[in-house]
Design a protein around this ligand. Sequence first.
Ligand code: ADP
Ligand code: MG
Length: 357
Amino acid sequence: MAKITLSNLRHSYLPNPKGPEDYALKEIDLDWQDGGAYALLGPSGCGKSTLLNIISGLLTPSEGRILFDDRDVTDLPPDQRNIAQVFQFPVIYDTMTVRQNLAFPLKNRGVSPAKIAERVAEISEMLEVQDMLDIRASHLSPDNKQKISMGRGLVRDDVNVVMFDEPLTVIDPHLKWKLRSKLKELHQKVRATMIYVTHDQTEALTFADQVVVMQDGEIVQIGTPVELFDRPQHTFVGHFIGSPGMNILPASVDAGQVIFNGQTVTVEGPVQGDGGKTELGIRPEFVALADTGVAARVRKVSDVGRHAVIETMVGDTPVKAVVESANVEQGAEVHLAFRPDQTRLYRDGWITTEAFS
Ligand code: ADP
Ligand code: MG
């Protein structure tokens, strides 16, 4: 296993890139620690696969270096990087049996038959595919094909990193949660550095100790799931993570006071600087119905199991609240209380407030 360092990485698919908009990856600096469980999370097209393919060597970056344990591997071909990559769609040999498929990456590297048998037994047990070992891969369901594809990624014990690129895309929804927890378990067992790429926050947050959130070829925040929830560094993270996401509300600052729709709102700490696009960020979990506060009108109430989501309008701005039980009806005039220590201020997308300590 190894620590992976990405230094000043930039990548453009164009021969003569000009502005930042020509780059699929804008400027990436990142350290992945040995043995960590990481997720790379971001919407489709933000550059996740580009980044993975640069780490594995399928792509050479336009600029910057990749280091494994401080050794520069930027110019090494994929087969010399000791990486296992699991793709969105299964990569297996249809004419081989499951056993032969799992053994292939080891056989290819001259591992002894005894060792191969041992690893195949271990991996097939972890993935619960022991009873399929002698079936030809062409007879497998898409779910099982992808399981075997994952097994092929995990079977070697000498890899620097195992990377999964949206591996659950082809998996049936009801099996997804099962494979997801399986992967987490596998990480705890094998302790390899794993990078899991997805656009699905649930997959990222359940798998990873550290989540790297990307938008438009840039990293907007790296943090634990709790950190991403608590203090989104960027409005994009606030909105993208959480269900429903953070309320991002247009605001202005007047004499050190934050104003939203003509009303003063107390934020978590001192208000610094001015200018730029000013926005308030507050998670629906910290918006409550109260006797006083921001005047709002209820637009919709949805019961979602253990809690209710109240969608309101404050002027023209939608604001959501998550409450334990909603005893209001559509059309009601209410007041919203924003919990001050959870109310953040953003300028041009980035957080500006710091909590009083
Ligand atoms: P993600 O995996 O997050 O969906 P990608 O890394 O596949 O994103 O793509 C990032 C950007 O690079 C997108 O704008 C995409 O259209 C572009 N892109 C990806 N692959 C190629 C390619 N082979 N040639 C040209 N542009 C590409
Ligand atoms: Mg992709």
